[in-house]
Design a protein around this ligand. Structure first.
Ligand code: FMN
Length: 230
């Protein structure tokens, strides 16, 4: 009799251990399952599921970047009438992949809607080394380790308002990542100009693309971001 009770107790004990282990494993697996389903729902929102998109890292508050950009709407190079500026589109792709915060440099005085009037004004600003005023409040850059800075190329340089921005924030020891859109000048002289304006920053490899290709550049942007660790 005693032997029977002993055998039953041993079987119950073994079952309890197995059930307990299964419950423990299930609990351990739960957060992982949630993050997998989160990233797969992200990739299903995107137009393509290339390797660069599926390897996207989940940003945390401590490592998310700030994406600063200047971009102009209205008549542009080649006669296109832009509702969203070319550089703005690239900034959006960067924010989508990195989970970073966007900050748009908004001029206190709008640039003209026509391309010719804007090129004339931009040339004047460049020749007189102007610092056009920014309308919106400066972002708190101290919260970020990495700052992306995007702009169109104007007369082979960044628009002068980008320098207004750089001179009002402290980017010492920050990682700075430049990106631009252009009509054939690539980066022009912009990288040297930015480095001079932020001499204590560490510059990472930037990204440039023709403005006419900006709207369809998501995969190129993602490949570049992957190459610099995003
Ligand atoms: C004032 C002005 C000057 C420009 N100068 C150049 C230039 O020197 N080289 C170039 O490749 N593109 C030049 N462009 C074309 C723009 O860089 C290009 O269209 C860019 O994609 C516009 O970006 P956005 O829509 O973000 O403003 C110029 C455009 C403007 C409005």
């Amino acid at each position: 009799m005693n032997q029977k009770i002993g055998i039953i107790a041993a079987i119950v004990g073994v079952c309890a251990v197995i059930i307990g282990w299964n419950i423990y494993q299930h609990q351990q697996a739960r957060p992982q399952t949630q993050s997998i389903s989160k990233s797969s729902s992200n990739s299903s929102n995107s137009s393509s599921s290339s390797a660069s998109q599926t390897s996207k890292k989940t940003p945390t508050e401590s490592n998310k970047p700030l994406i600063v950009f200047f971009s102009r709407t209205g008549q542009n190079y080649g006669g296109s009438n832009l509702k969203i500026g070319n550089t703005h589109r690239i900034a959006n792709f960067i924010a989508e992949r990195t989970g970073g915060d966007l900050y748009e440099i908004v001029p206190a005085k709008d640039y003209p809607k026509t391309y010719d009037a804007t090129t004339a004004q931009a040339q004047k600003e460049q020749q007189s080394n102007d610092r056009p005023k920014i309308k919106n409040k400066m972002p708190d850059v101290s919260k970020y380790e990495t700052i992306f800075i995007g702009y169109p190329i104007w007369w082979s340089e960044p628009p002068m308002i980008v320098l207004t921005f750089l001179e009002q924030v402290d980017l010492k020891n920050k990682k700075v990542v430049p990106f631009d859109t252009n009509a054939g000048s690539g980066f022009g002289d912009s990288i040297e100009i930015l480095k001079k304006a932020a001499p204590k920053s560490k510059f990472l490899e930037g990204f440039e693309i023709a403005g006419s290709e900006a709207a369809g550049a998501k995969n190129k942007v993602n490949s570049w971001l992957k190459s610099i660790g995003y």
